[in-house]
Design a binder for this molecule. Structure first.
Ligand code: NAP
Ligand code: MG
Length: 395
């Protein structure tokens, strides 16, 4: 069989532990036999981040800015225990954090739906994508405990003073910030992504209560939409819809899904865990980072599955679900194919996705899915699962 040719390489960012094992298997079984796979390879294994003083992480982010599309394997974010385990000279920062801040992106997470896998809310027949703003708010808030009566105030750079509260007893205070620059880029990322996947974009805040802070988010989104995206949305047949966060929650629960729900940082943190749980499993969640310049980084939403890796090292049978990592590859290949005008590459990536979903739908799956499958599940290990997908590809 003739292999499908690529033009521009993908930025391939390798990682750690169980997902590193799956990474190679996915390439060997599902990609390399069919594609003349071109990648620019960055090894973000913790040992190599240590060896390069984490330079390799920054280089990989620069490569995405240069080439436009990257695919990333899960990586260890070291803590004190990892520093010991890997004999590190430093507790290197989260690679995802480094890459995100260099690309200035928004993270989009969407569940994979498969017939037969139970969704807790059966009315949700289409996936709901959460677009979480990843800057500011309570995550970089400043707080204080008030232990004597008196006035708590804040002072703006122009000298304006505002009373937070005139305390007569003990209490607590919290302040937080965001920047216009970050909110504009959040809005543009969400709107670019909505156009890319042709889905309606919803945005919600509490602007009736937070008349300056949340209102600024609402106004910037509306301004960006009116000035830059209105016509493009109309052409694509999609809508931008703003509503209050409590109204959004009520509507989403009653809906059939299918929308992108843009959330401020805290709202997105809370809502994405609810969505992931309601749709079944983190291993069935796709994740892509989109920058305002239109660069894309595809990844799995889960970690390196350390517990399975230690079992694997002991030679035990492991049943790690490779779906999210497969979809990181297929997402990146489709995006590369679209940009480079390679319809065969796009079609092949879609074929891999269909074969993977069908494998589960027909009852063959890893352990994590067996207990949420409505029917008799044929529980297999990761190798057997990948072989079953390959069989479908070759059929
Ligand atoms: P994790 O790797 O997501 O795994 C937590 C548990 O979730 C696993 O033990 C497993 O449950 C289940 N699970 C996750 N992915 C699965 C899959 N593909 N198939 C089957 N089960 C799956 O989270 P963690 O154990 O907290 O973190 C491990 C390492 O990953 C840490 O070093 C952390 O820093 C890193 N991490 C990286 C990223 C990233 O790069 N994107 C994200 C999060 C965490 P059972 O054990 O019950 O089977
Ligand atoms: Mg959270």
């Amino acid at each position: 069989m003739k292999k499908i040719m690529m033009k521009t390489p993908l930025v391939e960012i390798d990682g750690d532990e169980m997902t590193r094992i799956l990474w190679k298997k996915i390439k060997d079984e599902l990609l390399i036999p069919y594609i003349d796979l071109k990648t620019e390879y960055y090894d973000l294994a913790l040992t190599n981040r240590e060896k390069t003083n984490d330079q390799v992480t920054k280089d990989s982010a620069e490569a995405i800015k240069r080439l436009g599309v990257g695919v990333k394997c899960a990586t260890i974010t070291p803590n004190a225990q990892r520093v010991k385990e890997y004999n590190l000279t430093s507790m290197w920062k989260s690679p995802n954090g480094t890459i995100r801040s260099m690309l200035d992106g928004t993270v989009f997470r969407a569940p994979l739906l498969v017939k037969g896998l139970k969704v807790l809310l059966p009315t949700w027949t289409q996936p709901i994508t959460i677009a979480r703003h990843a800057y500011g708010d309570v995550y970089s808030g400043v707080e204080g405990y008030v232990n004597c009566p008196g006035k708590a105030e804040f002072i703006l750079p122009n000298g304006e003073r505002k009373t937070i509260f005139d305390f007569t007893g003990n209490g607590i205070v919290q302040t937080m910030h965001n920047t216009d620059k970050s909110i504009y880029s959040f809005a543009r990322s969400c709107m670019n992504y909505a156009l890319d996947v042709k889905k309606d974009l919803w945005f919600s805040t509490k602007d009736t209560i937070s008349k300056i802070y949340d209102h600024r988010f609402k106004d910037i989104f509306q301004e960006v939409f009116d000035n830059e995206y209105k016509d493009k949305f109309a052409e694509a047949g999609i809508e931008y819809f703003y509503t209050l966060i409590d109204d959004a929650v009520a509507r989403i629960v009653r809906s059939n899904g299918g929308m992108i729900w843009a959330c401020k940082n805290y709202d997105g943190d809370v809502m994405s865990d609810m969505i992931a749980t309601a749709f079944g499993s983190l291993a069935m969640m796709t994740s892509v980072l989109v920058s305002p310049e239109g660069n894309f980084e595809y990844e799995a939403a889960h970690g390196t599955v350390t517990r399975h890796y230690y079992n694997y090292l002991k030679g035990e049978n492991t049943s790690t679900n490779p779906m999210a990592t497969i979809f990181a590859w297929t997402g990146a290949l489709q995006k590369r194919g679209q940009i480079d005008n390679l319809p065969e590459l796009v079609a092949f990536a879609k074929k891999v996705e269909t074969a993977s979903l069908l494998t589960i739908e027909e009852g063959t799956m890893t352990k994590d899915l067996a207990n949420i499958f409505d029917g008799k599940a044929n529980m297999v290990n990761s190798d057997e699962f990948l072989s079953a997908i390959k069989e479908k590809l070759d059929a």
